[in-house]
Design a protein around this ligand. Sequence first.
Ligand SMILES: Cc1cc2nc3c(=O)[nH]c(=O)nc-3n(C[C@H](O)[C@H](O)[C@H](O)COP(=O)(O)OP(=O)(O)OC[C@H]3O[C@@H](n4cnc5c(N)ncnc54)[C@H](O)[C@@H]3O)c2cc1C
Length: 416
Amino acid sequence: MKIVIVGAGIGGLATALSLEAAGFRDIEIHERTTEIRGLGVGLNLLPHAIRELTELGLDDRISTLGVAPATLSYMNRQGQLIWSEPRGVEAGYRWPQLSVHRGRLQLALRDAVIERLGDVIRLGHRLIDVRTGDHGREIARFENADGLKVEAEGDVIVGADGIHSALRALRYPAEGAPPWSGLTLWRGVAVVPEFLDGRTMIMAGDPEQKFVAYPLAAEPGDAGARVNFIAERRGTGSPDADWNRSVDPWPIAALFEGWTYDWLDIPAVISAAEQILEYPMVDRDALPRWTFGRTTLLGDAAHAMYPNGSNGGSQAILDARTLAFHLATEPDIDPALAAYEHARRPAMTELLATTRATGPERVMQIARERAPEGFADVHDVISAEELEEVANGYKRAAGFHPSTLNERASLSAVRA
Ligand SMILES: Cc1cc2nc3c(=O)[nH]c(=O)nc-3n(C[C@H](O)[C@H](O)[C@H](O)COP(=O)(O)OP(=O)(O)OC[C@H]3O[C@@H](n4cnc5c(N)ncnc54)[C@H](O)[C@@H]3O)c2cc1C
C-alpha cells in the first residue's frame, strides 16, 4: 500500500513515523517549502501526545528538547493567583507534558523520518489538485519549485497541510479564510530571569487581554531562563493568518504597561524578545466530513484550533497514530479511513467547541467580571467549589482526565 502525505509539519511527519511503526514502508511526504527550517516558537505537547511519541520510541530525543511544566497558574491582571493546578506527571498522568520549540520538534521528527524511512520527503512540492484514477487510486498533483507539475499516485492521500490546507480547499471550495476571533496574538521567546519555580506555566489577565508564559529548554550561552510567551489582546491587528509575520516589540510591550509583578515583569519580557510574531487568533469551523474517496484530512487541515489551547501539535499526533492504527488493523482501506474519521472527527468537533468557549480560562473571566481591580482573597469572589468545577468540567469535556489517558489501550499495532 502506498501512502502519499501532503505536508511535512508536525502532523505529516508524525503520520509517516506512525505508519512506519505499523509496518508500512511505501510512504512519500510532499512539502510545499523548499527547506524545512524549523520555524515557530513554543508549543505544548500534552501527556496524550507524549504517550504516542514514547510508544513510537521517540521519547529520548523529544524529552531533551523541552521542559516539563509541573504547574499551570491562572492570575488576574494584577498578577494575583486565581487558580493553580499540577500538570503532567504531577497531575497523575503516566506521561509528562512538554513545552518545546515547534521548530526543534519538527526537525527532530524530520530526522527520525529520514533515519527510519530514508529519502521520502519531497521538498518544494505544493499540492494543487487531486483526482481519482483507476482502481480507486488517488493521484495528487503538485507544482514544484521550478513551476513544473508533477504527480504522485497513492492508495491513500493524507492532507496534513495545515490551517491553509489545499486538500481541504479542494473539498470545501466555498469555505474561505479561517474565521477570526478578533484577538491578536504576539508570540516570542526571551531570555529573562527565571520566574516562580522555573517549571510553571502562567496565564495572566482575562479574555480581553492576556499574557501566557512558560519556560523552554535552555540553549548554549543563555544567561537566564528561556521563556516562550504569547501576548494577546482584542481589537488590534489583522485577520490575515501568516505564522511568520514579524513585528516590533515596543508597541506590544506598551500595551502591557503596568503588568509588572514582583515575580515577573511582563513588559520587560516582551521587550527582551529576539523576535515577535503577530498572528490572529483564528481556527476552522468543524467539518461534516474529512474523507473523500481515499483521501483524508489530518491535523490542522482537519481541525485547526486556537493556538493557545495547547492542542494543535498534540491532536495532530493523535490523528497520526489513530490513522496508522486503523490502516494496520482494518481489512481494507475504506473501512480503515471510516474508522479513523469515526474515532477522531466527533471528538475534535467537541474539542473545538470547548476551546472556543474559553475552557478552563473561564476562571480568569469570572475574576475580571467580579473583581476588576483585584481581590484580597480569591475566595471572596469565587468559591473553591466553583474554581474546581470549571477546571474539572473542562478536563471531563475534553477527555483530558488522567484516568482516561492512563487506562486507554495503546494505539500501537502492526499490520498483518
Ligand atoms: C511556519 C509555522 C510556524 C508555526 N509556529 C507555531 C508556534 O510557534 N506555536 C504553535 O503552537 N503552533 C505553531 N504552528 C502550528 C502548529 O505547528 C500546528 O498547529 C500543529 O503542529 C499541527 O500541525 P500540522 O502538521 O497539522 O500543521 P503545520 O505544522 O502547519 O504543518 C503543515 C505543513 O504543510 C505544508 N503545506 C501547506 N500547504 C501545502 C501544500 N499545498 N502542499 C504541500 N505542503 C503544504 C506547510 O508548509 C507545513 O509544513 C506553526 C505552523 C507553521 C506552518
